[in-house]
Ligand binder design. Structure first.
Ligand SMILES: NC(=O)c1ccc[n+]([C@@H]2O[C@H](COP(=O)([O-])OP(=O)(O)OC[C@H]3O[C@@H](n4cnc5c(N)ncnc54)[C@H](OP(=O)(O)O)[C@@H]3O)[C@@H](O)[C@H]2O)c1
Length: 171
């Protein structure tokens, strides 16, 4: 495996303004998207920031996948997760993992790992929410190209969403 890995997969949902969260919560819980997230990441590895991990149900790691959590706090404990303290520790933890590594946020972790991702799976939500955390605008990032735009679907919670795929361009 190359060091560091550069085949990570970013996965996120973003509103019209690329907002992703507010007050340490998702902007909108879309059950269809959460189910897809679960199916994709199950059996693989997810990387999250400490705040995102604490936003999960009961502040516990997600089941049936390896949860890697980033924190600068050397005393931080998180039973059921692998705790790492910087990029180097993270890269050595994921180096030999044979499955897919999903970068699952929040904002600080997306920004930290963007350059190591080869693909970004973005669920676009056709709404604008108040947000305090954002993704970069992938449509304006010169290194990224939208490879696939899904068709708009209506969620049972009353918003439209679609699945877009971006890929990092070479060079
Ligand atoms: N829409 C989506 O798809 C999606 C996905 C995930 C999260 N979110 C949302 O994003 C928001 C949270 O984002 P956020 O940026 O505030 O928090 P975050 O990225 O989840 O966590 C930030 C924390 O991660 C740790 N960290 C970050 N960079 C680090 C580094 N280089 N080395 C070591 N530790 C590092 C630090 O933990 P310590 O403070 O412990 O040192 C930092 O405070 C929430 O609203 C959440 O719901 C949205």
């Amino acid at each position: 495996m190359d060091w560091p890995r550069n085949d990570l997969i970013l996965i996120a949902s973003a509103d019209r303004n690329w907002g992703i969260g507010f007050k340490n919560k998702l902007l909108k819980r879309i059950p269809e998207d959460l189910k897809r997230f679960s199916q994709l990441t199950r059996g693989n590895m997810i990387v999250v920031g400490r705040k995102t991990l604490e936003s999960f149900k009961d502040a516990r790691p997600l089941p049936d996948r390896i949860n890697v959590v980033l924190t600068r706090d050397k005393n931080y404990q998180c039973p059921g997760a692998v705790v790492v303290h910087n990029l180097e520790e993270l890269m050595s933890t994921i180096a030999d993992f044979k499955g897919d590594v999903y970068v699952c946020g929040g904002e600080s972790v997306y920004r930290l790992l963007l350059d190591y991702c080869s693909q970004a799976l973005i669920t676009r939500i056709d709404a604008a929410f108040e947000a305090d955390t954002h993704l970069p605008d992938f449509d304006r990032e010169s290194q990224w190209v939208r490879e696939e735009a899904g068709g708009w679907q209506e969620s049972k919670v009353g918003v439209a969403f679609r699945y877009d795929t971006y890929r990092r361009c070479e060079g």
